[in-house]
Design a protein around this ligand. Structure first.
Ligand SMILES: O=c1ccn([C@@H]2O[C@H](COP(=O)(O)O)[C@@H](O)[C@H]2O)c(=O)[nH]1
Length: 274
């Protein structure tokens, strides 16, 4: 089954455009787990179990595991998601980008070591840095396009005067992803909920690509404006929320509080459907 098939089925089964982000930070764990990086798996598995019927996808951010030397716990978590939420695709947020030979190793890490269904990538080094991921047929690859952070302006809204029509850099990325780079239909784009107008612009350029949209919740992005700007027939959106779900409660009830916040966010997104 391809990533896109899984996404469509999970979205329908769970009636959801919500991606639950897994950014485990031990200092924010409840008292029984607090500060203990060996408990990353336990914390994340509890969140997965509490939200598996509410999410269209899960998105572990690899830095939160690697920073603690917890890659083995990420492997166990991936196996846990496969066993306990087999219908929910997993997007590994790794934002990789390197020359082809190194990209081959990163692709192997994402798809063979961790068994991810999709990965996030930086397009900055060009198509040959993306191609190794596309060799894994059916896997998804989301290119950073118009990111949610303020510093994205430094490059992404600069005008490319050498390209016909003088698009902005993020618009050029969207065109490449919708067109010549999307050789096997595996590409999607990352656009931030903090910039709904740009989501709409990207959707105009890339009408059929799945959009991975972080930035609601802790970053203050507008969930309703995001859905209206990005969701189209044949153009799915995946709206990520991490910290506001993971840390909805700092107490022992963290998993049930995460479920309540995921339910609330899912409902807001569904109510905004055009
Ligand atoms: O433009 C981007 C791309 C990726 N991210 C990632 O999404 C989550 C957001 O976490 P919140 O706690 O919901 O703010 C995090 O893993 C980022 O690395 C992004 O925020 N913006």
């Amino acid at each position: 089954m391809t990533f896109l098939d899984m996404l469509r089925d999970a979205s329908a089964q769970n009636n959801s455009m919500l991606c639950v982000g897994l950014d485990p930070e031990p200092t924010r764990f409840p008292a029984a787990l607090k500060g203990d990086a060996r408990k990353i798996y336990d914390f994340c598995a509890a969140i997965v179990d509490a939200t598996a019927d509410l999410a269209c996808s899960f998105k572990p951010q690899i830095a939160y595991f690697a920073a603690h030397g917890a890659e083995d716990q990420l492997e166990r978590l991936m196996q846990h998601m496969r066993a306990n939420a087999p219908h929910v695709p997993v997007i590994l947020d790794a934002k990789r980008g390197d020359i082809g030979s190194t990209a081959e190793q990163y692709a192997k890490e994402a798809f063979e070591r961790y068994g991810a269904d999709a990965v996030t990538l930086s397009p900055f080094m060009g198509f040959d840095s993306i191609a190794p991921y596309l060799a894994y047929h059916g896997k998804g690859a989301f290119l950073l396009c118009r990111t949610s952070n303020p510093g994205g302006d430094d490059l992404q809204i600069q005008r490319l005067s050498s390209v016909e029509g003088e698009p902005l850099l993020y618009e050029h990325v969207a065109r490449l992803a919708q067109g010549p780079w999307n050789r096997n239909g595996q590409l999607g784009l990352v656009v931030g909920a903090t910039y709904p107008q740009e989501i709409e612009r990207v959707r105009g350029i890339a009408p059929t690509l799945p959009l991975l949209i972080p930035g609601v919740g802790a970053q203050g992005g507008d969930a309703v404006a995001t859905v209206r700007a990005g969701l189209r027939e044949g153009g799915p959106i995946i709206v990520n929320s991490s910290r506001s779900i993971l840390y909805a409660s700092g107490g022992e009830d963290f998993a049930s509080a995460a479920r309540t916040e995921a339910e609330r966010t899912r409902a807001v997104l569904e109510a905004a459907r055009p």
